[in-house]
Design a protein around this ligand. Structure first.
Ligand code: UDP
Length: 483
């Protein structure tokens, strides 16, 4: 078709599920509003999102996916570290450096094909896209799959030097300049609060992605956190487009919903739905720690025992079961046999949003990755919060203290990437109590559920015609149309 006059967004997502999935959803949303979108990445990026993009193309959206091979070895990367979600923290900086090698091929590709881009929308971890946009002579917007509350906390901690003079990593400090009194330790947000060398690269990139960009796109919605969206925009003097929850793009689209994020889920979507169809409304608890965080073998056994003791039906995503020792693997098999019919174990990738959208699901034990947290909001579900690292502790504060839809398992220290084998951090009794509290009856639980449902209703309205996120998407398409 004729794309003249249309906005053409070039997406450069980061190759990590929690960044990639919402960026692709955003591209698809912009395309439904009339934009042309090009998603540029590595072959590994493309493989993960191709089914979703192909399905969107079949429904007539102008979205294309282009892949550019990358020589990771030449960039000094360890073997197999082709995705940011399997790069060890100490290699993060060189991984991001390697990604910068994509600038030239992406630029030549874009120059050689019509329509010419009108805007670059890139992950906050890609500072080199500022140069890409400048060379093309178009604006760069930074894409954040974070909430405004989190980014404002990060900003205020830096601006007011909140941790200056605080020696201990585990000393809680009240984040300055917020309406809500929220206390965090430096250790709880590696990369968000400076202090941990391996993660400092994130703090640098978060800052640059704001200082060097022409605006930010956030996967959040104004009605959920009006004071923080406005407060953030004012504090950073930044143009903000809140366009979420982007997962709602998939609401009426069974095909993309089942494929979201991965070509090969570890369980058939139909099987999952059939299993859920047999359960009472609101009775099932869904348990997942996202794409990076993982429970060590001992912790997994403890978590399993807690779920069993809770008495509630559950779907438990044990993504890294293959890494466990024989004893833990045997435990999982035995548990599965004991709770047959009541518990479903998924050893790999689960169709999360599809599961969360099912009426049988009544709660979500989450690591508080922002996408998962917002997906819970969009589905109207209360959460049990079990943060591990990066922005997850801040998201926990958001869910528990700001939104009032969560019960914390009480993790106080970061559970670092791949360093969680050794310990049981959360005991089975705590798991059981938190699940019972979120899934059970009683005044408090009811109120939590009411708040979660009310937020979901607002989310839906935000994404519909006349809603705030819908309006912000339209504004992007209008503002960045070709002249
Ligand atoms: N996800 C999924 N299936 C899984 C695990 C994760 O679909 O088995 C999706 C989830 O719906 C979310 C994303 O992957 O959209 C994870 O992002 P999040 O920010 O929650 O956590 P991260 O993986 O970045 O820590």
């Amino acid at each position: 078709g004729d794309a003249g006059g249309r906005a053409h967004f070039v997406f450069v997502p980061l190759m990590a599920q929690g960044h990639l999935i919402p960026a692709v959803d955003t591209a698809l949303l912009l395309a439904t509003h009339g934009a042309v979108c090009t998603i540029a990445g590595t072959p590994a990026t493309a493989a993960r999102v191709r089914p979703t993009v192909d399905s969107a193309r079949r429904s007539g959206l102008q979205v294309r996916l282009v892949e550019f091979p990358l020589d990771y070895a030449a960039a000094g990367m360890p073997e197999g570290a082709d995705n940011a979600d399997n790069v060890p923290a100490e290699h993060m900086r060189s991984y991001f450096g390697a990604m910068a090698r994509l600038r030239e091929p992406i630029e030549s590709y874009l120059r050689a094909r019509a329509p010419f881009p009108t805007c670059v929308v890139s992950d906050f971890c890609h500072p080199w896209t500022t140069v890409l946009a400048a060379n093309l002579g178009v604006p760069r917007l930074s894409f954040f799959s974070m909430c405004a509350f989190c980014l404002l906390c990060q900003h205020n901690v830096e601006r007011f030097k909140a941790f200056e003079g605080i020696a201990a990593d585990d000393e809680p400090v009240v984040v300055p300049g917020l309406e809500k009194k929220v206390a965090v330790t430096r250790a709880q947000a590696p990369g968000f609060f400076r202090g941990s060398a391996a993660w400092e690269v994130f703090a640098d990139y978060i800052e640059r992605a704001q200082a060097e960009a022409d605006g930010v796109i956030m996967n959040t919605f104004e009605e959920m956190e009006p004071e923080y969206v406005a407060g953030y925009a004012a504090a950073r003097k930044m143009k903000v487009w809140a366009i979420g929850p982007v997962s709602l793009y998939h609401q009426q689209r069974a095909a993309t919903l089942a494929a979201r994020g991965y070509a090969t889920a570890a369980i058939d979507a139909g099987e999952c739905l059939r299993w859920l169809d047999g359960k009472e409304p609101g009775s099932v608890v869904y348990v997942s720690f996202g794409s990076i965080a993982r429970a060590g073998a001992k912790q997994a056994v403890e978590l399993g025992l807690g779920l069993e003791a809770s008495g509630h039906p559950f779907i438990w995503v044990v993504r890294n079961a293959h890494e466990y020792d024989a004893a833990a693997r045997a435990f999982l098999d035995e548990l599965e046999a004991r709770v047959a019919g009541r518990g479903l174990l998924v050893r790999g990738w689960a169709p999360q949003v599809l599961i969360l959208s099912h009426a049988a699901v009544g709660g979500f034990v989450t690591h508080c990755g922002w996408n998962s947290t917002l997906e819970a909001v969009a589905a109207g579900l209360p959460v049990v919060t079990w943060p591990h690292f990066t922005d997850q502790f801040l998201n926990e504060k958001m869910a528990v203290e700001v939104l009032g839809i969560g019960v914390s398992v009480g993790v106080t220290e970061p559970l670092m990437y791949r360093a969680v084998e050794k310990e049981i951090v959360v005991g089975r009794g705590v798991v059981e109590a938190a699940v019972r509290s979120v899934m059970g009856g009683g005044e408090e639980a009811e109120e939590r559920r009411r708040r979660a449902r009310a937020l979901a209703a607002k989310a839906r309205v935000a994404m519909q015609k006349g809603g705030s996120s819908h309006g912000n998407l339209l504004d992007l398409v209008k503002r960045f149309k070709a002249v």
